[in-house]
Design a protein around this ligand. Structure first.
Ligand code: ADP
Ligand code: KDG
Length: 308
Protein backbone atom coordinates (compact mmCIF):
# COMPACT_ATOMS: atom_id res chain seq x y z
CA UNK A 1 0.00 0.00 0.00
CA UNK A 2 1.37 3.48 -0.84
CA UNK A 3 2.40 5.69 2.09
CA UNK A 4 1.26 8.77 0.18
CA UNK A 5 -1.61 8.92 -2.29
CA UNK A 6 -2.03 11.96 -4.50
CA UNK A 7 -4.59 12.78 -7.20
CA UNK A 8 -4.66 15.32 -10.00
CA UNK A 9 -4.21 16.04 -13.68
CA UNK A 10 -1.06 14.95 -15.49
CA UNK A 11 0.02 17.29 -18.26
CA UNK A 12 2.54 17.15 -21.02
CA UNK A 13 4.85 20.13 -20.60
CA UNK A 14 6.42 21.74 -23.67
CA UNK A 15 9.53 23.42 -22.33
CA UNK A 16 11.63 25.76 -24.48
CA UNK A 17 15.33 24.98 -24.70
CA UNK A 18 16.14 28.69 -24.54
CA UNK A 19 14.54 31.86 -23.28
CA UNK A 20 12.58 34.16 -25.54
CA UNK A 21 9.28 34.61 -27.38
CA UNK A 22 7.86 31.42 -28.83
CA UNK A 23 6.38 33.30 -31.79
CA UNK A 24 9.80 33.61 -33.37
CA UNK A 25 10.25 29.84 -33.27
CA UNK A 26 11.96 27.92 -30.47
CA UNK A 27 12.84 24.31 -29.91
CA UNK A 28 10.54 22.74 -27.34
CA UNK A 29 11.30 19.70 -25.24
CA UNK A 30 8.45 17.30 -24.50
CA UNK A 31 8.36 16.67 -20.76
CA UNK A 32 5.81 15.55 -18.22
CA UNK A 33 4.25 17.79 -15.56
CA UNK A 34 1.24 18.44 -13.37
CA UNK A 35 1.68 19.56 -9.77
CA UNK A 36 0.70 16.26 -8.10
CA UNK A 37 2.60 14.19 -10.65
CA UNK A 38 5.72 16.27 -9.93
CA UNK A 39 5.21 15.64 -6.22
CA UNK A 40 4.71 11.90 -6.83
CA UNK A 41 7.93 11.61 -8.85
CA UNK A 42 9.91 13.57 -6.25
CA UNK A 43 8.58 11.31 -3.46
CA UNK A 44 9.31 8.13 -5.43
CA UNK A 45 12.91 9.29 -5.95
CA UNK A 46 13.19 9.79 -2.18
CA UNK A 47 12.14 6.18 -1.76
CA UNK A 48 8.65 6.94 -0.44
CA UNK A 49 5.91 4.57 -1.61
CA UNK A 50 3.55 6.80 -3.58
CA UNK A 51 0.38 6.18 -5.54
CA UNK A 52 -0.93 8.56 -8.19
CA UNK A 53 -4.57 8.81 -9.11
CA UNK A 54 -5.74 10.31 -12.39
CA UNK A 55 -7.71 9.68 -15.55
CA UNK A 56 -5.63 9.37 -18.70
CA UNK A 57 -6.92 9.35 -22.25
CA UNK A 58 -6.18 7.03 -25.12
CA UNK A 59 -3.72 9.21 -27.05
CA UNK A 60 0.04 8.93 -27.41
CA UNK A 61 0.68 11.61 -24.77
CA UNK A 62 -1.26 9.52 -22.24
CA UNK A 63 1.07 6.60 -23.02
CA UNK A 64 4.05 8.89 -22.47
CA UNK A 65 2.79 9.88 -19.04
CA UNK A 66 2.06 6.30 -18.02
CA UNK A 67 5.51 5.16 -19.15
CA UNK A 68 7.15 7.95 -17.15
CA UNK A 69 5.17 7.21 -14.00
CA UNK A 70 6.06 3.53 -14.20
CA UNK A 71 9.72 4.26 -14.91
CA UNK A 72 9.85 6.44 -11.79
CA UNK A 73 8.34 3.70 -9.64
CA UNK A 74 5.08 5.53 -8.93
CA UNK A 75 2.17 3.15 -8.23
CA UNK A 76 -0.34 3.51 -11.12
CA UNK A 77 -2.90 0.91 -10.07
CA UNK A 78 -5.50 3.64 -9.50
CA UNK A 79 -4.94 5.33 -12.87
CA UNK A 80 -7.99 4.89 -15.08
CA UNK A 81 -7.94 5.03 -18.90
CA UNK A 82 -10.94 6.71 -20.52
CA UNK A 83 -11.76 7.99 -24.00
CA UNK A 84 -10.16 11.37 -24.46
CA UNK A 85 -6.91 13.29 -24.54
CA UNK A 86 -4.21 14.45 -22.18
CA UNK A 87 -3.83 18.16 -21.47
CA UNK A 88 -0.76 20.07 -22.58
CA UNK A 89 0.90 23.18 -21.30
CA UNK A 90 3.45 25.39 -22.84
CA UNK A 91 5.75 27.69 -21.02
CA UNK A 92 7.59 30.76 -22.02
CA UNK A 93 10.42 32.41 -20.16
CA UNK A 94 11.47 35.85 -21.40
CA UNK A 95 15.14 36.85 -21.32
CA UNK A 96 14.85 38.70 -18.00
CA UNK A 97 13.17 35.73 -16.36
CA UNK A 98 9.47 36.66 -16.63
CA UNK A 99 7.57 33.40 -17.03
CA UNK A 100 4.12 32.52 -18.29
CA UNK A 101 2.21 29.30 -18.97
CA UNK A 102 -0.37 28.60 -21.66
CA UNK A 103 -2.81 25.74 -21.06
CA UNK A 104 -4.44 23.42 -23.61
CA UNK A 105 -6.42 21.24 -21.24
CA UNK A 106 -10.12 22.07 -21.30
CA UNK A 107 -12.15 18.86 -21.75
CA UNK A 108 -9.14 16.62 -21.10
CA UNK A 109 -9.62 13.11 -19.69
CA UNK A 110 -8.60 14.19 -16.17
CA UNK A 111 -10.88 17.22 -16.18
CA UNK A 112 -13.82 14.78 -16.37
CA UNK A 113 -13.00 13.09 -13.04
CA UNK A 114 -15.78 13.27 -10.47
CA UNK A 115 -16.77 11.62 -7.18
CA UNK A 116 -16.04 7.88 -7.45
CA UNK A 117 -13.23 8.44 -10.00
CA UNK A 118 -11.20 5.84 -8.12
CA UNK A 119 -11.93 3.14 -5.58
CA UNK A 120 -11.48 4.90 -2.22
CA UNK A 121 -10.30 1.63 -0.65
CA UNK A 122 -7.00 2.55 -2.34
CA UNK A 123 -6.53 5.14 0.43
CA UNK A 124 -6.64 2.49 3.15
CA UNK A 125 -3.44 2.52 5.17
CA UNK A 126 -1.93 5.61 3.52
CA UNK A 127 -0.27 8.13 5.84
CA UNK A 128 -1.06 11.17 3.69
CA UNK A 129 -3.50 12.06 0.95
CA UNK A 130 -2.24 15.05 -1.00
CA UNK A 131 -4.19 17.34 -3.26
CA UNK A 132 -3.49 20.61 -5.01
CA UNK A 133 -5.81 23.55 -5.49
CA UNK A 134 -5.43 23.06 -9.25
CA UNK A 135 -7.76 20.03 -9.41
CA UNK A 136 -10.92 21.79 -8.14
CA UNK A 137 -10.28 24.59 -10.66
CA UNK A 138 -10.44 22.24 -13.67
CA UNK A 139 -14.21 21.68 -13.89
CA UNK A 140 -17.34 21.40 -11.77
CA UNK A 141 -16.93 17.61 -11.66
CA UNK A 142 -13.29 17.97 -10.52
CA UNK A 143 -14.37 20.41 -7.82
CA UNK A 144 -16.82 17.77 -6.56
CA UNK A 145 -14.12 15.10 -6.98
CA UNK A 146 -11.68 17.00 -4.78
CA UNK A 147 -14.14 17.42 -1.89
CA UNK A 148 -15.25 13.79 -2.20
CA UNK A 149 -11.64 12.56 -2.13
CA UNK A 150 -10.82 14.70 0.93
CA UNK A 151 -13.84 13.28 2.75
CA UNK A 152 -12.89 9.69 1.79
CA UNK A 153 -9.36 10.24 3.12
CA UNK A 154 -10.63 11.77 6.35
CA UNK A 155 -13.09 8.92 6.85
CA UNK A 156 -10.15 6.49 6.77
CA UNK A 157 -8.02 8.48 9.19
CA UNK A 158 -5.56 9.48 6.46
CA UNK A 159 -3.88 12.85 7.07
CA UNK A 160 -4.67 15.39 4.38
CA UNK A 161 -2.23 17.88 2.86
CA UNK A 162 -3.10 20.56 0.35
CA UNK A 163 -0.77 22.62 -1.80
CA UNK A 164 -2.89 25.61 -2.67
CA UNK A 165 -1.21 26.24 -6.05
CA UNK A 166 -3.59 29.03 -7.02
CA UNK A 167 -3.73 29.26 -10.83
CA UNK A 168 -5.42 32.49 -11.81
CA UNK A 169 -5.61 31.41 -15.45
CA UNK A 170 -7.94 28.59 -14.35
CA UNK A 171 -10.28 30.36 -11.90
CA UNK A 172 -10.90 33.56 -10.05
CA UNK A 173 -9.77 34.27 -6.53
CA UNK A 174 -13.37 34.39 -5.30
CA UNK A 175 -14.10 30.86 -6.54
CA UNK A 176 -10.82 29.56 -5.14
CA UNK A 177 -11.53 31.08 -1.70
CA UNK A 178 -15.04 29.61 -1.66
CA UNK A 179 -13.62 26.16 -2.41
CA UNK A 180 -10.94 26.56 0.24
CA UNK A 181 -13.59 27.41 2.85
CA UNK A 182 -15.18 24.02 2.14
CA UNK A 183 -11.87 22.14 2.13
CA UNK A 184 -10.35 23.76 5.26
CA UNK A 185 -11.96 21.52 7.90
CA UNK A 186 -10.37 18.46 6.25
CA UNK A 187 -6.82 19.82 6.20
CA UNK A 188 -3.98 18.73 8.47
CA UNK A 189 -1.31 20.52 6.46
CA UNK A 190 -1.58 23.51 4.13
CA UNK A 191 1.29 24.52 1.86
CA UNK A 192 1.14 27.68 -0.22
CA UNK A 193 3.43 30.14 -1.95
CA UNK A 194 3.78 33.85 -1.22
CA UNK A 195 2.08 34.45 -4.57
CA UNK A 196 -0.89 32.29 -3.51
CA UNK A 197 -1.09 34.13 -0.19
CA UNK A 198 -1.03 37.53 -1.86
CA UNK A 199 -3.44 36.54 -4.63
CA UNK A 200 -6.02 34.97 -2.34
CA UNK A 201 -5.72 36.80 0.98
CA UNK A 202 -4.10 40.11 0.04
CA UNK A 203 -1.85 40.03 3.06
CA UNK A 204 0.18 37.33 4.72
CA UNK A 205 -1.21 37.74 8.25
CA UNK A 206 -4.54 36.19 7.25
CA UNK A 207 -2.78 32.99 6.21
CA UNK A 208 -1.39 32.27 9.67
CA UNK A 209 -4.85 32.59 11.20
CA UNK A 210 -6.40 29.91 8.99
CA UNK A 211 -7.76 27.03 11.11
CA UNK A 212 -5.22 24.41 9.96
CA UNK A 213 -2.79 22.77 12.45
CA UNK A 214 0.25 23.15 10.19
CA UNK A 215 0.86 25.82 7.55
CA UNK A 216 3.94 26.22 5.37
CA UNK A 217 4.60 29.31 3.27
CA UNK A 218 7.03 28.92 0.38
CA UNK A 219 9.03 32.06 -0.30
CA UNK A 220 11.02 31.28 -3.44
CA UNK A 221 14.65 32.40 -3.15
CA UNK A 222 14.00 33.48 0.45
CA UNK A 223 13.15 29.95 1.63
CA UNK A 224 10.11 29.17 3.74
CA UNK A 225 8.18 29.98 6.93
CA UNK A 226 5.88 27.73 8.90
CA UNK A 227 3.46 27.57 11.77
CA UNK A 228 3.37 24.17 13.42
CA UNK A 229 0.65 24.34 16.05
CA UNK A 230 1.53 27.60 17.82
CA UNK A 231 5.24 27.52 16.88
CA UNK A 232 6.56 29.81 14.16
CA UNK A 233 9.65 28.86 12.15
CA UNK A 234 11.75 30.34 9.35
CA UNK A 235 14.23 28.54 7.11
CA UNK A 236 16.47 30.17 4.46
CA UNK A 237 16.65 28.83 0.91
CA UNK A 238 19.84 27.32 -0.45
CA UNK A 239 21.57 29.86 -2.67
CA UNK A 240 21.32 28.58 -6.24
CA UNK A 241 21.03 30.13 -9.67
CA UNK A 242 17.36 29.92 -10.61
CA UNK A 243 16.97 28.46 -14.10
CA UNK A 244 13.31 27.42 -14.19
CA UNK A 245 11.31 27.73 -10.96
CA UNK A 246 8.28 25.79 -12.25
CA UNK A 247 7.89 22.65 -10.18
CA UNK A 248 10.14 23.87 -7.33
CA UNK A 249 7.11 24.21 -5.09
CA UNK A 250 5.99 20.63 -5.80
CA UNK A 251 9.45 19.27 -4.99
CA UNK A 252 9.45 21.38 -1.82
CA UNK A 253 6.11 19.87 -0.76
CA UNK A 254 7.40 16.37 -1.50
CA UNK A 255 10.42 17.04 0.72
CA UNK A 256 8.20 18.34 3.49
CA UNK A 257 5.92 15.28 3.37
CA UNK A 258 8.92 12.92 3.26
CA UNK A 259 10.26 14.74 6.33
CA UNK A 260 7.03 13.91 8.14
CA UNK A 261 7.23 10.26 7.14
CA UNK A 262 10.86 10.05 8.27
CA UNK A 263 9.99 11.57 11.65
CA UNK A 264 12.09 14.72 11.15
CA UNK A 265 11.61 17.80 13.34
CA UNK A 266 9.84 20.83 11.78
CA UNK A 267 13.24 22.55 11.30
CA UNK A 268 14.66 19.50 9.52
CA UNK A 269 11.53 19.13 7.38
CA UNK A 270 11.88 22.71 6.17
CA UNK A 271 15.59 22.25 5.44
CA UNK A 272 14.92 19.08 3.41
CA UNK A 273 12.04 20.79 1.57
CA UNK A 274 14.19 23.84 0.73
CA UNK A 275 16.88 21.53 -0.62
CA UNK A 276 14.42 19.77 -2.93
CA UNK A 277 13.05 23.12 -4.10
CA UNK A 278 16.59 24.32 -4.83
CA UNK A 279 17.43 21.25 -6.95
CA UNK A 280 14.37 21.82 -9.15
CA UNK A 281 14.60 25.64 -9.30
CA UNK A 282 18.19 25.35 -10.50
CA UNK A 283 17.30 23.12 -13.47
CA UNK A 284 14.99 23.06 -16.48
CA UNK A 285 11.82 21.02 -16.27
CA UNK A 286 9.10 20.40 -13.70
CA UNK A 287 10.81 17.60 -11.79
CA UNK A 288 13.62 16.36 -14.03
CA UNK A 289 16.32 17.06 -11.43
CA UNK A 290 14.40 16.12 -8.29
CA UNK A 291 17.09 14.32 -6.26
CA UNK A 292 17.28 10.77 -4.99
CA UNK A 293 17.39 10.30 -1.23
CA UNK A 294 21.14 9.69 -1.04
CA UNK A 295 21.82 12.74 -3.26
CA UNK A 296 19.83 15.15 -1.16
CA UNK A 297 21.20 13.77 2.10
CA UNK A 298 24.76 14.21 0.77
CA UNK A 299 23.88 17.77 -0.27
CA UNK A 300 22.53 18.50 3.22
CA UNK A 301 25.79 17.18 4.72
CA UNK A 302 27.63 19.71 2.53
CA UNK A 303 29.12 17.07 0.25
CA UNK A 304 28.72 18.89 -3.05
CA UNK A 305 31.21 19.55 -5.81
CA UNK A 306 33.15 17.18 -8.00
CA UNK A 307 34.04 13.54 -7.41
CA UNK A 308 36.99 12.43 -9.53
P1 ADP B 1 5.94 27.66 -5.95
O1 ADP B 1 6.77 26.91 -6.97
O2 ADP B 1 4.88 26.83 -5.31
O3 ADP B 1 5.46 29.00 -6.47
P2 ADP B 1 8.26 28.89 -4.66
O4 ADP B 1 8.56 29.64 -5.91
O5 ADP B 1 8.21 29.65 -3.39
O6 ADP B 1 6.93 28.01 -4.75
O7 ADP B 1 9.41 27.78 -4.55
C1 ADP B 1 9.28 26.69 -3.67
C2 ADP B 1 10.56 26.46 -2.94
O8 ADP B 1 11.60 26.14 -3.87
C3 ADP B 1 11.08 27.65 -2.12
O9 ADP B 1 10.45 27.71 -0.87
C4 ADP B 1 12.56 27.30 -2.05
O10 ADP B 1 12.78 26.29 -1.10
C5 ADP B 1 12.83 26.71 -3.43
N1 ADP B 1 13.23 27.76 -4.38
C6 ADP B 1 12.47 28.36 -5.31
N2 ADP B 1 13.17 29.30 -5.98
C7 ADP B 1 14.41 29.30 -5.46
C8 ADP B 1 15.61 30.02 -5.71
N3 ADP B 1 15.67 30.99 -6.65
N4 ADP B 1 16.70 29.72 -4.98
C9 ADP B 1 16.67 28.76 -4.04
N5 ADP B 1 15.57 28.04 -3.74
C10 ADP B 1 14.45 28.29 -4.44
O1 KDG C 1 3.69 23.41 -10.05
C1 KDG C 1 3.98 23.07 -11.39
C2 KDG C 1 2.69 22.98 -12.13
O2 KDG C 1 2.12 24.27 -12.19
C3 KDG C 1 2.86 22.47 -13.52
O3 KDG C 1 3.38 21.17 -13.54
C4 KDG C 1 1.60 22.53 -14.35
O4 KDG C 1 0.06 21.40 -12.93
C5 KDG C 1 0.33 22.37 -13.58
C6 KDG C 1 -0.63 23.47 -13.65
O5 KDG C 1 -1.81 23.17 -13.73
O6 KDG C 1 -0.22 24.64 -13.60
Amino acid sequence: MPEVVTAGEALVALVPLERGRLRVGKLLEVQVGGAELNLAVALARLGVGVGYVTWLGTDELSELILERLRAEGVDTRAVRRVEGFTGVYLRRILPLGQGRVFYYRQGSAASRMGPGAFDPAYLEGARFFHLSGITPALSESCRAFSLWALAEAKARGVRVSLDLNHRRHLWEGRAARAWLEEALPSLDLLLLSEEDAEGLFGEEGAVWNLPVPEIVLKRGAKGASARVGERRLEAPAFPVEAVDPVGAGDAFSAGYLAGHLWGLSPEERLRLANALGAFVAASRGDHEEAPRKEEVLAFLRGEGGWHR
